[in-house]
Design a protein around this ligand. Structure first.
Ligand SMILES: [Fe+2]
Length: 332
């Protein structure tokens, strides 16, 4: 057991709801003390401007749009997550599924495995799903104007899960899941955006979240079911027809609720406010494998992707202490 867990266990308040890896506590003083000892997450949230909600002089959205984004922002701001039913039409989803039919076939071959993800080769039709100006505007309103794509676009498929076990059962069976089916938070400045490609009903496998939990000084440890119950907050489920999207902020407590014999196929997009961009040369190659020309992205799209596809510097880059800097263009 790590020093941090040992230290945490010595700080915990309620032994009925904190056990094993389920060391996350919602007790205010515990959270304050923990953030004081390990201020990294808090520091990142301050850098990314994701800790203080505020009224914006500039509200980012397309004024011609018929959707009430101010209302959507209010829900997102209050809950730390938001579900937009049928944001994309069934027709748009079916067209996209046709374009990526090979990838879907590949994903559904997993048989015994529970989860699989594929980095999607970029195609023109995917861009409108990935880099939707209004949705990214929503993320900017929740953080800073400096929202960037954090990861390359993914399609994910979940299947073969058993019904959800309680955290106490997992602890007693000494079972630690490799999946996101325990209550947890994500990276400090992460925004995850999912697009359902198949219908999901209320009682199917889906993501669940605790509205308002993003306002707390959460730690990165798992939260037990008992700890969550103490909040007395109604858990919300992310389900809907294909084309429905759900977005959550990294500090919102959430989990994947598993249900036997149900599946989930969705697009998975990640964005971040300034920090933790997952640049990866192999994935750049995969992303551009269908000969997509990055010059076809417009100015807005290019800016959002700048962290994943670094721009060409006039005089190249200098590598100093393993850090890249654009070389001075005035020195030849
Ligand atoms: Fe997560």
């Amino acid at each position: 057991m790590s020093l941090r867990i040992k230290l945490y266990n010595s700080l915990r308040i309620n032994y009925d709801s904190n056990y094993g890896y389920y060391a996350g506590s919602l007790n205010l003083w515990n959270q304050i003390l923990w953030n004081f000892i390990f201020p990294g997450r808090l520091f990142h949230r301050i850098v990314g401007n994701t800790i203080f909600r505020k009224k914006y002089n500039k509200f980012y959205y397309n004024k011609n749009d018929t959707i009430d984004f101010k209302n959507i922002f209010t829900t997102f701001n209050n809950d730390g997550a938001v579900i937009l039913n049928n944001y994309f039409s069934e027709q748009e989803i079916e067209n996209l599924k046709k374009i990526y039919s090979e990838e879907i076939k590949e994903l559904k071959k997993i048989e015994e495995k529970k989860s699989e993800s594929i980095t999607l080769p970029l195609k023109k039709d995917l861009i409108k799903f990935w880099l939707d100006e209004n949705l990214i505007g929503l993320l900017k309103n929740m953080s800073s104007s400096n929202i960037l794509a954090r990861n390359y676009p993914l399609m994910t498929y979940h299947t073969n899960f058993d019904d959800q076990l309680s955290s106490k059962d997992k602890f007693l069976k000494n079972y630690r899941s490799k999946f996101a089916d325990d209550w947890h938070v994500d990276h400090a400045n992460l925004f995850n955006l999912h697009v359902l490609l198949e219908d999901i009903n209320e009682n199917d496998m889906c993501m669940e979240y605790i509205p308002g939990s993003h306002k707390k000084l959460n730690q990165t440890y798992l939260y037990s079911d008992e700890e969550i119950r103490k909040l007395k907050t109604k858990i919300k489920k992310c389900y809907g027809k294909k084309g429905t999207i759900y977005i959550h902020y990294g500090n919102t407590i959430h989990r994947m609720k598993t249900v036997h014999k149900t599946t989930r196929l969705q697009l998975h997009f990640e964005f971040t406010s300034k920090t933790n961009i997952l640049i990866n040369s192999n994935l750049i190659a995969k992303c551009l494998s269908s000969n997509f020309d990055l010059n076809n992205l417009n100015k807005f799209e290019t800016e959002i992707c700048a962290g994943l596809f670094p721009p060409i510097a006039k005089k190249g880059y200098s590598l100093i202490n393993n850090k890249y800097f654009p070389s001075n263009p005035n020195i030849t």
